[in-house]
Design a protein around this ligand. Sequence first.
Ligand code: NAD
Ligand code: UDP
Length: 339
Amino acid sequence: MSTILLAGGAGYIGSHTAVELLQAGYDVIVADNFCNSSPQSIKRVEMISGKHVPLYEVDIKDKKALSNVFLKHNIESVIHFAGLKAVGESMEKPLLYYSNNIDTTISLLEVMAEFHVHNFIFSSSATVYGTENPIPYIETMPRGTCSNPYGWTKVMMEQILEDAAKADPALSVVLLRYFNPIGAHPSSMIGEDPTGIPNNLMPYITQVAVGRRDHLTIFGNDYPTKDGTCRRDYIHVVDLAIGHVKAVEYASHHTGTEIFNLGTGTPYSVNEIVEAFEQATGVKIKREYGARRPGDIPEFYANADKAKAILDWKAEMGLYEMCRDSWNWQRNNPNGYQI
Ligand code: NAD
Ligand code: UDP
């Protein structure tokens, strides 16, 4: 069976994707510098799947170190998860974000060309639709104007990958635009493990639930939405991971660039998420309204028809499973992968 390299595969989405690829019969290898993850996640992947996953501590920017990984394995496809992703930090350290995210992409493309590896699946984001596109977002819309350097790195990397695929007719690029991944593997052995204070909603909620934080601050309740809080398209990380398995299959039979939204198509407000969490877990979340967070858009969600039509993929799990699995991961691992 084919071997898939997961660059940045020890992280939240990569580790879940590793499990689904292994279950689908692929061999998986992971290269990560652990700047935002722990090698423990891959140990857990091995426990869930009962399979060995070769793991390399490599900075993906380092082409020589990356080449050594390609020398050791007969890689058929690469999934590029290796990026920095904190929006606020990207505003404070834009150069770090541009250099890490873009250089990892170019390094992978160059080493892949050297080893005649042609399939590239990329972790993009709904953020590339920017601020001016109408909702729901559909893949035919132009990339928009981003409000932060993190978003711009995704826009730029999409452009770089499209240009590379235009120049090399053998290359197959799949750009996966994720909406808001939450949840964890139902085994509760792997999940999201942010360092420091969580930036994202669900890990913040679960840390309040487990007693690590006092209360949730809801960023704004004066948006033009039903209950005044922002609405997003939350997707279970296992559904998202299965989308990658479909994308790997697709990439191996096509060339050129194809873009897919990976979302559910249904938005929920921050208040609805908190209420769903309370119902699914029986744990009350202390919450307060605070100021709007700069750069937040009132509402966005996916048109998910293209992934259904072409990849035969759609999200199967609902808000209940997303909340249940986020909570089970957090309460069974109150300090994440730190033992
Ligand atoms: P994550 O931080 O958990 O995983 C990213 C992994 O990449 C980490 O293990 C990190 O150590 C590794 N990494 C970063 N730079 C590296 C480098 N130079 N060399 C080697 N490894 C490196 O994040 P995630 O949530 O799993 O996200 C994966 C990808 O999906 C990222 O590119 C992110 O921007 C994108 N994405 C995430 C979300 C989300 O909400 N989680 C949404 C849209 C897009
Ligand atoms: N949010 C919030 N409090 C928090 C974290 C997030 O109210 O502590 C809100 C945020 O304003 C947004 C939604 O939750 O409306 C989802 O935010 P997240 O950062 O998870 O994802 P984003 O869509 O911004 O990438």
